[in-house]
Design a protein around this ligand. Structure first.
Ligand code: MG
Length: 255
């Protein structure tokens, strides 16, 4: 079911968005060569506790997960594309690290992701990250009242394919509200002018993600982490947005 939020509710959701953005900022700042993924998770957990927020991940147990997630942050390193379960691993020079974080504050969820390079970057990794960010920006720009979901999806597809990437559409964006995952689904490729009409009050996450030389994934033995089938590296960018009468509002905007 698709729920529309009132302007007052969207106003309330801003606090969750700002909180999620601030946690990602802090974890990003802490991501350095030698830092353990479990340390990054505990930084996020501490910030959740201090803010009186609630993790959207720790008890999360959908059909595609082997067991409840058990952590509060997704840390996907190198060939890990999505849902990276933090484990005892110290970041190495040149690692590509995607951080995905969702939490609720005052009863509203926000969800956002970014990808950073730890230490010295490789040119192709910078480019892949830049393409996911550009795709996200274009998708947000397309999320206007009166447009359709296909316009949002097509914006992602055009940029990613235009940059030479193939797209896996198994996982995409989703409605965000009282819970992390709701309707509508926001596919990472599509046709302009098709799909759900976008109306003021719709709140959803848009999340393009790419792998360097494949569009196929497999699940790590940890039951959660999704890795590229060919071992190539991955990147992921996500924001939660609200459609308002005057256009898209990025609830998880970073400064
Ligand atoms: Mg997310």
């Amino acid at each position: 079911m698709i729920e529309l939020r009132t302007p007052t509710e969207i106003e309330e959701m801003k606090a969750a968005g700002a909180f999620v953005a601030s946690v990602l900022g802090e974890v990003k700042a802490a991501s350095a060569v030698g830092v353990n993924l479990l340390t990054l998770d505990s930084i996020a957990a501490t910030l959740i506790r201090k803010a009186g927020a609630v993790s959207s991940y720790v008890d999360y147990h959908p059909s595609f997960g082997a067991m409840p997630f058990g952590k509060v942050l997704c840390t996907s390193v190198n060939d890990a594309a999505l849902h990276g379960l933090p484990f005892d691993y110290r970041l190495r020079d040149g690692d590509v690290l995607s951080l995905d974080f969702a939490a609720s504050l005052n009863g509203w969820v926000a969800d956002s992701a970014l990808t950073v390079i730890v230490g010295a970057p490789r040119e192709e990794d910078l480019r892949m990250i830049e393409v996911t960010e550009r795709a996200l920006d274009a998708a947000i720009a397309a999320a206007q009242p009166g447009a359709r979901m296909g316009d949002v999806s097509a914006a992602i597809g055009e940029i990613c394919r235009g940059a030479g990437f193939s797209i896996n559409t198994d996982f995409g964006g989703h409605g965000v509200g009282r819970t992390m995952h709701g309707d509508p689904h926001v596919p990472n490729d599509g046709r302009p002018g098709r799909g759900l009409p976008l109306r003021a009050g719709l709140v959803f996450a848009i999340e393009p993600w790419l792998m360097q030389t494949t569009d196929r994934i497999f699940t790590d033995p940890d039951g959660w982490t999704l890795r590229s089938l060919d071992g190539s590296r991955a990147a992921h960018s996500e924001h939660t947005i609200a459609i308002t009468e005057t256009g898209p509002l990025v609830l998880t905007a970073r400064d």
